[in-house]
Design a protein around this ligand. Sequence first.
Ligand SMILES: CC(C)(COP(=O)(O)OP(=O)(O)OC[C@H]1O[C@@H](n2cnc3c(N)ncnc32)[C@H](O)[C@@H]1OP(=O)(O)O)[C@@H](O)C(=O)NCCC(=O)NCCS
Length: 151
Amino acid sequence: MIIRPATIDDALDLLNWRNDPVTMKMSLNQNKINLKEHTDWLSRTINDNNIILYISQSGNENSGMVRFDRKEDKIEASININPDFRGKGLAYEILSNSIDKMQKKWTAPLIEAKIRKENKASIKLFKKCGFKQATLESDILIFMKNKNDET
Ligand SMILES: CC(C)(COP(=O)(O)OP(=O)(O)OC[C@H]1O[C@@H](n2cnc3c(N)ncnc32)[C@H](O)[C@@H]1OP(=O)(O)O)[C@@H](O)C(=O)NCCC(=O)NCCS
């Protein structure tokens, strides 16, 4: 598997994964996104110094994405696996390798992930990567990982 920065050529894959019904159900923003909105967002994102968007490639295929948003006091992380690659135990390798790669560029004391409480696979995944549950805000669990916690 390789982890590489996303490019504009990844737009269609990213949009398909984003509009997949399971992704929508588990997202904080549950609106369907159209192609124009999406390509505008992707162009801004890949040029934004405070966002890292990685694509994982498994063989010749794009198997998932991990996004890091740098805020003043923390980095927010999110992940979306290509629906064709879900449930195969790949997510840990994708997320942990992405965190390692991101941490070579950015130093941040804290990484945070917001996860819907019914998203059992994501909760397991982030815990396995060293995140700990901090708070619950209505249906959303906040998981945090300190810089020195193991991935
Ligand atoms: C959440 C997501 C990243 C997990 O990736 P995945 O490929 O489906 O998960 P994996 O096969 O790698 O499994 C991860 C863990 O969850 C468990 N798991 C998988 N599906 C599960 C389910 N439906 N219920 C409970 N546990 C589940 C696996 O057994 C594994 O646990 P283990 O390491 O103890 O064996 C992926 O499903 C996804 O992209 N979902 C849509 C977007 C999303 O929810 N993103 C997270 C928002 S914070």
